[in-house]
Write a protein that binds this ligand. Structure first.
Ligand code: DGJ
Length: 697
C-alpha cells in the first residue's frame, strides 16, 4: 500500500497491490496513472481521498458524514501531521473551520501482507458533533478487480460464498442485526475475473466488529471504483460532545497476487500471530463433546455420568455441558438471567458432574448466554427495567427472550458477578458464550440508540472476565455462526461455526469461513446420523472426516451409535489427535474443483507433510472426477502418499482405478504430484477421502 500524505493536502491511497521495492515511487505512480479530463467534468480530477470528504468537492459517496445538531458540517480534511516507524504509520488530518480532527492509524503486518487500520474522529469544537457515517477508509479499487466475493447465508447455512461482477451500480451490504449476523459477513474479497484459488490478484477486507456494519462498493461515472467499510450507526447513535472521540473498529486489509488461498493465508497468519490468545496458542485444541444434540433440555445426572464415561472412552478431551443446567431452564421459555445451578435437577450442584469429568481425564466446559433474559426468570421479576428496548409486549418475539441493556453499569456489574461466581465456585476450563437473538429494539431506556454501546459493553464484560480468569477459554456462539469476526475473536478462542451439523452443508460452510478464519478456531462437530436440522442421514465416515478439518468435536447421543459407527468415530478422533498440529498450524489451501467436490488441504510450513481432503458433495457431472494437483508440496522432495481416510473400508469403486495409496504408502516425486497430479478415484456423494503425504527424502 502506498499512501500520499503531504502537510496541507488531502491524503489518499495511491497504490494497493504487490509489494514495491521502489519506495520513492510516488511521483511515478501518479504520473503513470494521471488521467485526461473528460468532457463535462471538473477541470481537475478529484482524488479519492482517505475519506472522500464532502469538503474535497467529490461527488462520490462520502466516507464521512457529519452534522452539528442538524447544521451541515462539510469537513475538508487536510494532513496536519504524519508519523511513522517501520511497521506503523499515523496520518492526522484536520479541518480547522469545522474543528474536526481525523486520525488514521495503520499497522503493517509485513509477514502476512496485511494492514490494520483504525480511524478516530475527535470533536474539537464547543458544540456536539453527530457522526452519521465514518468508513474506516475509502479504498480506491484497481480497475482490474472486476469481481466481488461475498459471504452471505442464513441461520444454519452461514458463509455461503457468492461471486458477482461489479456492475455500474456497485453494491451496498448492510447489517442491522446488532450482532455480526449469519447473513452479511463484515468482509469482502475483490479480485480479477481470472483469479482463482492459486492465481490472480485479490484484496480482502474484514471489519473486526460484532455489531452493525456497512460495506459499500461504488463505481464512479469516471470509471474509478471505491470501497468503504465501517460501523453502521443508527440515527443519532454517535454524538460527540466537545473533546470526545470515536474510533472505528479495526479494518484488516490483505493483498495477494497468487490467488485466493494465499489471501486467506494472510488472514490466518495474522490471526495466529496477532490475535490468538496465549491461553490457546501453545496448546493443542482438545476434542470436544457438547451435550446439546444429545440431551437438549433433558438433563439427568445419572445419564450424564454415563455419557461422560462413554465420551472419555472414545477419546473426548473436553466435556461441555450445554443449555439447560440452570435455575428454571426446562425449556427455552424460562431461566435466562438466573445463572445458578437448578437444584431440582442437580440437587448436589454441578460438583459430581465436574468431578466425574475430571476423574475421566477431561476438562469441563459450561454453556451460558449472559446477554439475555426470559420474562419467566427471577432476574426479570426483580429488574424488568433492565431489558433493552420497550417492555416485552411491545417487542418482536424472538426465542422467548429479551436482550439485557449491557450499557447500564448495574447490568454489566450484575452479569460480571454472576459469571465470576460461577467460575470461582466450579472448575470450569471453558465457557460456551451464546447469544440467540438480534437486537430488534436497540434503544436504551433513555431512548438513545444502543447497538454500538451494547457491542462495546459485551467486549468489556468479556475482557473483564478474561483478565480475572486468565486460563478460561471462551467460545463465541450466536445461534451457530452469528458472531464470528476478529473483534469477538480478540476476546474468545473458538467459534461455533454453525448450528447445522449436516456434514454436506458443513463442507461448504467451513470452506466459506476459511476465507478469513483458520481451521483451528472453527468448531466442527460430528452430529447424529440424521441431522436434526436438515433431516438428512449421512454416514459416519463423512461426518467424522468433515469434523476433522476444523476444531473437532462430537455432539450426538453416543448411545445411539452402532458399534461400527463408534469404532469409526474413535478412529477419526485418534487421527485428529495425531494430525491436529498440521491441520491447525499448517498452511491451508482450497483447491478449485469441479465435479461437485470440495477439496481442501493443509501443508506444513516446511512442506514435508500434508493432508488433502476430497469430499463428494453431489453427483459427478462427468464419468470420472478430475485430477488433483497437490499444490504446496515441494517439487524437490519425494513423498509417500497414502489414503488416510476412510480408515475402515475402502470405496469399492477405488479398485477400478488401481487405488493409489489404498494399500499403504507409495512413493512419488513431488514435482509430479504438483505438476501432473493424481487421478482421483470415482467417488459417490457423501464419500470423503483424505490423502496423507510425507516427504521421504
Ligand atoms: C444455540 C446454539 O447455537 C446451540 O449450539 C445451543 O447451544 C443452543 N443455542 C442452546 O440453547
Amino acid at each position: 500500500m502506498v499512501l500520499y500524505a503531504a502537510i496541507g493536502q488531502p491524503s489518499a491511497i495511491v497504490y494497493l497491490g504487490e509489494r514495491l521495492d521502489n519506495t520513492q515511487a510516488y511521483e511515478q505512480l501518479r504520473t503513470l496513472r494521471s488521467r485526461t479530463l473528460g468532457d463535462g467534468s471538473p477541470q481537475v480530477e478529484i482524488p479519492i481521498t482517505l475519506l472522500c470528504d464532502p469538503g474535497s468537492g467529490s461527488t462520490a459517496p462520502p466516507g464521512i458524514a457529519l452534522h452539528r445538531d442538524g447544521e451541515a458540517c462539510q469537513s475538508g480534511l487536510v494532513v496536519k501531521a504524519v508519523t511513522h516507524s517501520t511497521d506503523a504509520l499515523q496520518i492526522v488530518c484536520g479541518d480547522e473551520r469545522e474543528n474536526v480532527l481525523v486520525t488514521h492509524d495503520f499497522r503493517i503486518d509485513a509477514t502476512n501482507t496485511l494492514v490494520c487500520t483504525e480511524t478516530t474522529i475527535t470533536n474539537g469544537a464547543g458544540t456536539p458533533l453527530v457522526v452519521d457515517w465514518l468508513s474506516v477508509l475509502c479504498i480506491p479499487l484497481d480497475p482490474m478487480l472486476t469481481d466481488a466475493i461475498l459471504l452471505s447465508g442464513r441461520w444454519a447455512g452461514e458463509f455461503k460464498q457468492t461471486r458477482q461482477k461489479l456492475s455500474r451500480s456497485g453494491f451496498v451490504c448492510e447489517n442491522r442485526r446488532g450482532r455480526t449476523s449469519h447473513d452479511q459477513f463484515p468482509g469482502v474479497v475483490l479480485c480479477e475475473s481470472e483469479s482463482n484459488e492459486r492465481a490472480g490478484q485479490c484484496i480482502g477486507v474484514h471489519l473486526g466488529w460484532s455489531g452493525n456494519h456497512r460495506i459499500r462498493v461504488e463505481k464512479l461515472a469516471d470509471g474509478r471504483c471505491l470501497l468503504q467499510v465501517g460501523e453502521l450507526f443508527l440515527p443519532g447513535e454517535i454524538r460527540l460532545e466537545p473533546g470526545q472521540s470515536y474510533t472505528t473498529p479495526t479494518l484488516f486489509t490483505a493483498f495477494s497476487s497468487t490467488g485466493l488461498s494465499d489471501l486467506s493465508a494472510s488472514f490466518h497468519g495474522h490471526y495466529r500471530e496477532n490475535i490468538e490468545d496465549s491461553r490457546v496458542k501453545s496448546s493443542s485444541r482438545p476434542v470436544h463433546y457438547n451435550s446439546w444434540e444429545a440431551i437438549y433440555f433433558d438433563h439427568e445426572p445419572v445419564r450424564l455420568l454415563k455419557l461422560i464415561d462413554e465420551a472419555a472412552e472414545i477419546g473426548i478431551e473436553r466435556f461441555v455441558l450445554d443449555d439447560g443446567w440452570f435455575r428454571g431452564r426446562r425449556d427455552d421459555t424460562a431461566g435466562l438471567g438466573d445463572w445458578t445451578v437448578d437444584d431440582t435437577v442437580y440437587p448436589e450442584g454441578l460438583e459430581p458432574i465436574i468431578d466425574h469429568v475430571h476423574a475421566q481425564g477431561m476438562e469441563f466446559g459450561l454453556w451460558v448466554e449472559p446477554e439475555m433474559v426470559n420474562v419467566d426468570s427471577d432476574l426479570y421479576r426483580a429488574h424488568p427495567e433492565w431489558i433493552l428496548g420497550p417492555e416485552p409486549s411491545r417487542q418482536l418475539p424472538f426465542r422467548n427472550q429479551f436482550v439485557l441493556d449491557l450499557a447500564r453499569d448495574d447490568v454489566a456489574e450484575f452479569l460480571y458477578r454472576q459469571l465470576d461466581a460461577l467460575l470461582a465456585r466450579y472448575q470450569i476450563a471453558y465457557l460456551k458464550w451464546d447469544m440467540n437473538r438480534d437486537l430488534n429494539h436497540p434503544h436504551s431506556s433513555d431512548g438513545a440508540p444502543s447497538a454500538h454501546r451494547q457491542t462495546h459493553a459485551v467486549y468489556a464484560l468479556l475482557d473483564r472476565l478474561r483478565t480475572q480468569h486468565a486460563t478460561v477459554e471462551i467460545e463465541s456462539c450466536s445461534s451457530g455462526g452469528g458472531r464470528i469476526d476478529f473483534g469477538i475473536l480478540k476476546r474468545t478462542d473458538r467459534v461455533w461455526t454453525s448450528d447445522s451439523n449436516d456434514a454436506l452443508d458443513r463442507q461448504l460452510i467451513q470452506r466459506g469461513a476459511s476465507n478469513f478464519f483458520p481451521l483451528s478456531i472453527l468448531g466442527s462437530h460430528v452430529g447424529p446420523a440424521r441431522c436434526k436440522i436438515t433431516h438428512r442421514k449421512l454416514p459416519m465416515s463423512l461426518r467424522a472426516a468433515t469434523a476433522m478439518f476444523g476444531h473437532m468435536g462430537v455432539e450426538a447421543d453416543l448411545f445411539q451409535l452402532s458399534a461400527d459407527e463408534r469404532d469409526e468415530l474413535k478412529q477419526a478422533i485418534g487421527l485428529y489427535k495425531q494430525h491436529r498440529e498440521l491441520i491447525h498450524k499448517g498452511r491451508f489451501v482450497r483447491v478449485d474443483a469441479s465435479n461437485n467436490q470440495n477439496i481442501v488441504g493443509v501443508v506444513s510450513a516446511d512442506s514435508r507433510q500434508a493432508l488433502f481432503s476430497i469430499a463428494q458433495v453431489a453427483t459427478n457431472p462427468d464419468n470420472l472426477p478430475g485430477i488433483l494437483r497437490f499444490y504446496g508440496l515441494d517439487p524437490r522432495y519425494e513423498y509417500d502418499l497414502q489414503v488416510l481416510w476412510p480408515a475402515k473400508e475402502r470405496f469399492p469403486q477405488a479398485e477400478s482405478l488401481g487405488g493409489v495409496g489404498w494399500n499403504g504408502p507409495e512413493t512419488f516425486s513431488g514435482e509430479l504430484l504438483v505438476l501432473h497430479g493424481i487421478q482421483l478415484p470415482l467417488m459417490h456423494p457423501e464419500q470423503c477421502l483424505i490423502y496423507e503425504l510425507r516427504a521421504s527424502t
